[in-house]
Write a protein that binds this ligand. Structure first.
Ligand code: SAH
Ligand code: SF4
Ligand code: F3S
Length: 456
């Protein structure tokens, strides 16, 4: 009998990857994914602990699930509710205590054991598993069972040893770990066999990657990219999230000479103030970041940059904040994510004395986002009239329209036939929206006759 599995993913791309892998783990046990929690036999909330708001979402979602679970029970059936991810890791016992109808709480390092946990439940039992096991979960994961389109995530590195003073990740995801090159290559080939054309390599600090190569010596991210680029059928590679401290020469060189590596880089800087960067334990100055960007731009002049920012880190003064605005103006970001500082339990910054007032944070965030939003829409406008290749990912909002991504990760809306999903096709931009562009197919008339799409 097929059972219905609903997984809701919060937070970063690594959680999105873990959610697809949890589906892969449950598939051989008769669980098939469904897109609503109504009537599901099992619901997994794959949670994020990065900011307070993210963590709170879990409890409100659990509130909604309570009714669905009792509806199901009224029909004499059970809905298994599992809380996974970083909130589970950080607050597992509290979830078990506060929410009596949660059946399973599991951390990000043990989801390969999900079928055993379900089996252990028996009638009415509960399971809490937030271990960091010595055995690599990646060794126990099955082949990817299905691709969700022509693009896919592939986690190559996990955990973090950097301990930025504001961040929960080193506590929820544990120590830095890199998967061996051969294991990643196998998974990449399996994804390509399922129709994937673009892979984004993931890690909390993906450019700290140093996995064992075939001869046992450590391979950096640049080396891994070069290796994967040899896979026929794989057309595009990306990676995220990178730390400025780990951008080594070989990775920068890969941007210059590896055609499949797309010209987009998410390189969070957090702040433009040296005092704040130091207090955050980021390990570089604002000028180090400027120089690094200059080197990357020399290797790949058309690279589009993206960053994360935190405003209102404890002790951030007006002049610290002005330094962030100055850095943003100097660099120019095609994309960005910016947040008010959120104190996280157990992190050093949470107990710092000089917390910044909420109104000050709100005002700073607004000023920062005004500039960043203008840079994002300016980037979209700069593409007007330009031609580039788009990888079509899925149907768009309007009938006959597809959505794809440019090499710079820009969402592109194009009227194109549905069978073009998965194709890489040249288009020309006709309209710029704030965060995306509209484009038309660049047509050729090969026999002077009917219009045909140019093959990539
Ligand atoms: N490893 C990445 C970031 C991972 S977390 C890096 O080092 O850059 C993703 C983003 O969430 C961070 O870049 C940061 O901008 C934001 N973030 C993390 N902790 C936060 C906190 N306590 N308050 C507000 N934003 C936070
Ligand atoms: Fe968090 Fe810093 Fe590690 Fe990024 S590098 S995951 S911000 S501790
Ligand atoms: Fe959130 Fe955990 Fe990712 S805290 S951002 S889901 S690593």
């Amino acid at each position: 009998m097929t059972r219905k599995l609903f997984i809701k993913s919060y937070g970063c791309q690594m959680n999105a990857y873990d959610s697809t892998r949890m589906a892969d783990v449950m598939a051989p046990h008769g669980y098939a994914l469904t897109d609503t929690p109504e009537g599901a036999d099992m619901v997994v909330l794959n949670t994020c602990h990065i900011r307070e708001k993210a963590a709170e979402k879990v409890y409100s979602e659990l509130g909604r699930l309570r009714t669905l679970k009792s509806d199901k029970a009224a029909q004499g059936e059970r809905m298994v509710i599992a809380v996974a991810g970083c909130v589970a890791q950080a607050e597992g016992e509290e979830i078990m205590r506060r929410v009596d109808f949660v059946d399973i709480v599991l951390g990000p390092q043990v989801y390969h054991r999900l079928p055993e946990m379900v089996a252990k439940l028996g009638r009415g039992g509960k399971v809490l598993d937030t271990e960091f096991p010595a055995i690599d979960k990646f060794d126990s994961l099955p082949k990817p069972s299905a691709a969700q389109g022509p693009t896919a995530f592939l986690t190559v590195q996990e955990g973090c040893d950097k301990f930025c003073t504001f961040c929960v990740v080193p506590y929820t995801r544990g120590a830095e770990y890199s998967r061996p090159v051969a294991q990643i290559e196998v998974e990449a080939r399996q994804l390509v066999d399922l129709g994937v054309r673009e892979i984004t390599l993931l890690g909390q600090n993906v450019n700290a990657y140093h996995g064992a190569g075939s001869d046992g010596t450590a391979t950096g991210l640049g080396g891994l990219i070069r290796k994967l680029a040899q896979i026929d059928g794989l057309k595009r590679l990306r990676y995220m999230t990178s730390h400025p401290r780990d951008m080594d020469d070989d990775l920068i060189a890969a941007h210059a000479d590896e055609e499949k590596l797309m010209p987009f880089l998410h390189l969070p800087v957090q702040s433009g103030s040296d005092a704040v960067l130091d207090a955050m334990n980021r390990g570089h100055t604002a000028d180090d970041y400027r120089r690094l960007v200059a080197r990357i731009q020399t290797a790949r002049p058309d690279i589009a940059l993206s960053s994360d920012f935190i405003v209102g880190y404890p002790g951030e003064s007006d002049s610290d904040f002005e330094a962030t605005l100055a850095l943003v103006r100097d660099i120019g970001f095609a994309q960005s994510f910016s947040f008010k500082y959120s104190p996280r339990p157990g992190t050093p910054a949470a107990s710092a004395r000089k917390q910044v007032a909420e109104e000050v944070m709100a005002e700073r965030l607004e000023r920062l986002q005004a500039i960043l939003n203008e840079q994002t829409s300016g980037f979209a406008r700069s593409l007007l009239g330009k031609s580039f290749d788009v990888l079509f990912e899925r149907p768009g909002r309007y009938a006959g329209q597809l959505i794809g991504r440019s090499p710079h990760l820009q969402p592109v809306h194009v009227f194109a036939p549905e069978h073009a999903i998965g194709d890489i096709v040249p288009v020309r931009v006709t309209e710029a929206m704030p965060r995306s562009v509209t484009a038309e197919l660049v047509m050729a008339r090969p026999n002077g006759g009917q219009l045909a799409m140019v093959a990539s």
